[in-house]
Ligand binder design. Structure first.
Ligand code: DX5
Ligand code: ZN
Length: 229
């Protein structure tokens, strides 16, 4: 039998076990430890941590020190989404801080992607690449065998609580068609009870949700509603 942590780290299984990754961007930042415990208890599979630098996106959030502090409080999978310029400069720090998945943006390092991918792998971390809504899926074609995960942004990165961009569904479908079976497809932005089904039916494996989960009165019910789509 696999431990909970091993199951969380597991690649998508064929029975379409959808994983839910609450984004702490919509949590109470004065209370992050309890906010993570709350979603963990309610059935979250991963914790999605949005890192923003004020350059790649017009917002600033969390750095490696916060990740390191949170790492001491839980063993749940940390899914770190780097919305930063020059991600190669910070991979060591986030890896040492205890990230499990490290996802960088294609648009932030299209000229040195191999270097960045290799750096993540050198720490034995799972490697993800994200694309913004206007970036086409086919730019990823040469990379799909080298990475563990693709994060399709279904809103413009920077803020929680935005509306799901409908054209994302077709991008997920297209990516699923050209991807190896083991590649994890994660979708991020505007996921709620109504949009989760669009993403999952198109082939998504992991759903990020911030405002929907942290804004819900009943956290467990909100997480379950995304699993049953
Ligand atoms: C946006 C972030 C998302 C955000 C999603 O740039 O990458 O992870 O937290 O938030 P919701 O689910 O509220 O759209
Ligand atoms: Zn994110």
């Amino acid at each position: 039998l696999l431990s909970r942590r091993q199951r969380q780290m597991c690649i998508r299984d064929r029975s379409r076990n959808i994983l839910i990754a609450p984004s702490i961007l919509s949590a109470d930042f004065a209370n992050l430890k309890d906010e993570i415990k709350k979603v963990e208890k309610a059935g979250a599979d991963w914790i999605h941590i949005d890192v923003m630098d004020g350059h790649f996106v017009p917002n600033i959030t969390i750095g490696p020190q916060v990740v390191q502090s949170l790492r001491k409080e839980t063993s749940i999978t940390f899914d770190v989404h780097l919305m930063i310029e020059n991600p190669q400069k910070f991979i060591d720090s986030f890896a040492q801080a205890g990230a499990d998945y490290i996802t960088i943006h294609y648009e932030a390092c299209e000229n040195n992607l191999d270097e960045v991918i290799n750096k993540i792998k050198s720490h034995n971390k799972k490697t993800g690449i994200s694309i913004k809504p206007k970036t086409p899926v086919n730019v990823l074609t040469p990379l799909l065998n080298k990475i563990d995960l693709v994060l399709i942004m279904s809103v413009e990165p920077g803020f929680g609580g935005q509306k799901y961009i409908e054209t994302s569904t077709e991008k997920i479908r297209q990516l699923r068609t050209i991807s190896p079976e083991k590649l994890i497809i994660e979708v991020d932005g505007g996921i709620n009870q109504n949009t989760a089904g669009l993403a999952v039916n198109a082939g998504a494996d992991v759903l990020v949700a911030g405002a929907y989960i942290y804004g819900a009165k009943d956290t467990k019910q909100a997480i379950n509603s995304l699993k049953i789509v």
